[in-house]
Design a protein around this ligand. Structure first.
Ligand SMILES: [Mn+2]
Length: 519
């Protein structure tokens, strides 16, 4: 079987995919040495100096996070960095968005006042907290903002300094970092000046937060996740060790990637009050307390998974037969729990391929989560209606807002006006071409395994789709584990199989078209 024929080259399939996607094959295994210089992040020096001053003067400091996995990991990376420096006056606060709206609100301002904090470091949020920063300043507390959400230049908070690759004029070449990616770059920069190395586990938690936040898996984001995969055996973190004991054995790169995805889903559970979060306590506790907190997160996760299925069923019936170029749904019966509003909007976007917003009553206001694909900008859409909104913010493809109920009709009119002017009429989902076309004799377990180098997958870097022609599914079954979901597998027929890469030994069948029907 092994010979000089090009198709027996284990890298032939990988090469085809890289060519098709315009990926530099040699760049697939680059390391941290290729990361851009953190000095290119605007304001990083003033941010670092202010934080160093707090550390040297032993000022009480609080990290203000966000209650999603990106926000939790951002908080943890910063907190751990301070721990490892021997600083002892730092604390954290994770707001609970079920109790208070997004950003700096009264509960946190009270916490700062009562705790006498002199410095607040926001992570994964803060860029849209103009009013909150004013109130903190009035307490004599300075605020350093680190964030990755889109910047609204006319309402930049009056902070001591702002670190955000999206800031106008910021020279950092890679913009779509996660909130935790920004926190990691700050820790690396502080580490450089303090001659203190950031541990490998911080890269792991950055990978977990980045995967959860669905940032593009390209550039710096990919380099960070790949670094963790490549150095998996050197990982040394009590929380990772604990989670691994409760997880199946990790044998290959895909298992590491699956483990990161599993971790990102687990730590999404555990909102509490008073700035606490079960995932943060799990990360910081040891022994029996750690095990108990793990069980609490698992129990909440099970409960939410059940809820999610119920919400998807509701959305299935709401979207059945829907034909318009934008989706707006007000949950006036209160059947979608607030924490699932964003996931619900993502689900509708996936189904209909059009901009989707879901709204509901929450704590006396109306809250909204919106999701869209290429060619539309949710933040811009909400900005165009901002006179009717209490607050809004997010990313081009995922954003949210709060409004007072009496402004609902005015918002709706304004949003419809924006849709009419900004929605392209061609909303048909684009049928993507496969990444490679092969015949069965060119398709071997060796070149399939070679695709593991493409890990990690995510936005703008999906699992490869391979079209194999003139194949009988029995032949594939001899070579791989076949996963096919609801696609039926007509055995005994020859045809075209469209396949997804799932793991070195596993193939997912997306569709199968018998040769006869293609004639
Ligand atoms: Mn985030």
């Amino acid at each position: 079987m092994v010979g000089a024929h090009p198709d027996s080259d284990p890298n032939s399939l990988l090469r085809q995919i890289c060519q098709k996607r315009g990926i530099d094959q040699d760049g697939l295994s680059v390391g941290l040495e290729t990361l851009p210089d953190e000095a290119l992040l605007a304001n990083i020096n003033s941010v670092a100096q202010r934080i160093s001053r707090a550390m040297f003067a032993n000022e009480p400091t609080v990290i203000f996070g966000h209650d999603d996995p990106d926000g939790i990991t951002s908080t943890y990376v910063m907190y751990q960095f301070f721990n490892s420096c021997g600083y002892q006056r730092h604390n954290y606060f994770i707001p609970n968005r079920n109790l208070e709206p997004h950003g700096i609100q009264e509960g946190f301002i009270r916490f700062v006042r009562e705790g006498g904090y002199k410095l607040v470091i926001t992570v994964d949020n803060g860029i849209s907290s103009y009013g909150g920063v004013e109130k903190l300043n009035a307490l004599g507390c300075e605020v350093v903002i680190t964030d990755h959400h889109l910047v609204q230049p006319e309402t930049l908070p009056n902070a001591y300094a702002i670190l955000n690759p999206q800031l106008p004029g910021c020279q950092y070449p890679f913009k779509p970092l996660a909130g935790v990616g920004v926190a990691l770059m700050l820790a690396r920069w502080l580490g450089r000046s303090l001659e203190h190395q950031v541990p490998l586990s911080s890269y792991f938690w950055t990978a977990v937060g980045s995967i959860a936040d669905k940032v593009p898996m390209t550039g710096v984001n990919r380099t960070i996740v790949r670094h963790v995969i490549n150095h998996w055996d050197d990982m040394n973190d009590p929380s990772v060790d604990f989670l691994m004991r409760n997880h199946k054995r990790i044998e290959n790169d895909m298992d590491v990637f699956n483990f990161m995805q599993y971790t990102s889903r687990l730590i999404a559970n555990g909102r509490e009050s008073g700035g606490q979060h079960t995932a943060m306590r799990f990360l910081l506790q040891m022994g029996d307390a750690k095990a108990e907190l793990f069980q609490a997160m698992e129990a909440k996760q099970k409960k939410w998974e059940g809820e999610l299925n119920r919400v998807f069923n509701i959305l299935d019936s709401v979207t059945a037969g829907f034909s318009s170029n934008a989706f707006i749904y007000f949950d006036d019966e209160g059947v979608i729990p607030y924490p699932l509003l964003g996931t619900g909007a993502t689900y509708v976007l996936g189904k209909l391929g059009i901009p989707a917003i879901l709204l509901k009553q929450h704590n006396g206001d109306i809250v909204c989560e919106g999701r869209c694909g290429e060619g539309f900008n949710m933040v811009e859409a909400f900005a165009s209606c901002k006179e009717h909104l209490k607050q809004f913010g997010g990313h081009a493809k995922a954003a949210g807002f709060t409004l007072e109920p009496h402004n609902y009709d005015a918002f709706l009119e304004c949003y419809n006006h924006y849709l009419a002017g900004n929605l392209s009429h061609n909303t048909e989902p684009i049928q993507e071409e496969p990444d490679a076309c092969l015949t069965l004799d060119q398709f071997t377990p060796d070149n399939w395994r070679g695709l593991e180098l493409l890990l990690p997958f995510g936005q703008q870097h999906p699992e490869p789709r391979i079209l194999v022609e003139n194949v009988r599914l029995e032949e594939l079954q001899k070579l791989f584990m076949l996963e096919h979901g609801s696609v039926s597998l007509p055995l005994g027929q020859t045809g075209k199989a469209l396949l997804h890469w799932r793991s070195p030994k596993q193939v997912r069948v997306l569709s199968f078209e018998p040769a006869d029907s293609t004639a």
